[in-house]
Design a protein around this ligand. Structure first.
Ligand SMILES: O=C(O)c1cc(=O)[nH]c(=O)n1[C@@H]1O[C@H](COP(=O)(O)O)[C@@H](O)[C@H]1O
Length: 232
């Protein structure tokens, strides 16, 4: 059964066994899953295949950022794994993003959603200043969002704090929002956060949630509570 909720659980684990043990506690009708740098670097495409076999749609979160040809070929390789979503850094520029769009458009069959990472949700204004960007995260997100739209990307990774403004000007783009923290939970290394309900109200299409689910005593119960909270 296709996933019925906007929740994407981040499987940030150091081994295939740990990731699949967590996936085994989750229901593919209630969430999609995300494979990121740690898990993919350790396990490679085999873990994606195992998650597909268990009925999950997979967001391959490798945040590609390189010259246009290299990035486009990496996106093509991701598409050949049959993933549901793949991402690249918008700061790689217009030509890089357009090359990724083009390589997918040249393929036949089902395509992954091509998503651009704007400003990481772990970053705040002082972090942007450190890398020479003298503006606040929301301004930089809007600038990169417009660029991603021009390049024909399907959506963006951003904080839910920016979702309302992006939806108002670029409603075509799907918004994928990490930095989700249920009220009262720890912030960890995230900086631009919202609760799940606030994120949905702001217009987020997909909520990426890791530790609040995977670090819970009962992850299935934590997921069910989040789903119920969004429905109510
Ligand atoms: O692309 C991402 O998924 C991503 C982008 C971003 O700006 N911030 C961000 O936290 N993420 C990912 O989203 C997940 C968030 O996990 P938690 O902080 O544990 O909920 C991690 O796997 C991050 O790699």
């Amino acid at each position: 059964m296709a996933c019925q909720t906007p929740i994407v659980v981040a499987l940030d684990f150091p081994s295939r066994d740990a990731a699949l043990a967590m996936a085994g506690q989750l229901d593919p009708a209630l969430c999609r899953v995300k494979v990121g740098k740690e898990l993919f670097t350790r396990c490679g495409p085999a873990v994606v295949e195992s998650l597909h076999d268990r009925g999950f749609e997979v967001f391959l979160d490798l945040k590609f950022h390189d010259i246009p040809n290299t990035t486009a070929m990496a996106v093509k390789a991701a598409a050949e794994l049959g993933v549901w979503m793949v991402n690249v850094h918008c700061s790689g520029g217009l030509r890089m993003m357009a090359a990724c769009r083009e390589v997918l458009d040249q393929r036949s069959g089902e395509q992954p959603l091509l998503i651009g990472v704007t400003v990481l949700t772990s970053m705040e204004q002082s972090d942007l200043a450190d890398i020479g960007l003298d503006l606040d995260p929301a301004q930089q997100v809007m600038r990169l969002a417009a660029l991603a739209d021009r390049a024909g990307l399907d959506g963006l990774v951003c904080s839910a704090q920016e979702a309302r403004a992006i939806k108002a000007s670029l409603p075509r783009l799907a918004l994928v929002t990490p930095g989700i923290r249920p009220a009262g939970s720890v912030q960890d290394d995230q900086r631009r956060i919202l609760t799940p309900a606030e994120a949905r109200q702001a217009g987020a299409d997909y909520l990426v949630i890791g530790r609040p689910i995977t670090g819970a005593v009962d992850p299935a119960e934590a997921l069910a509570a989040l789903v119920a909270g969004l429905a109510g």
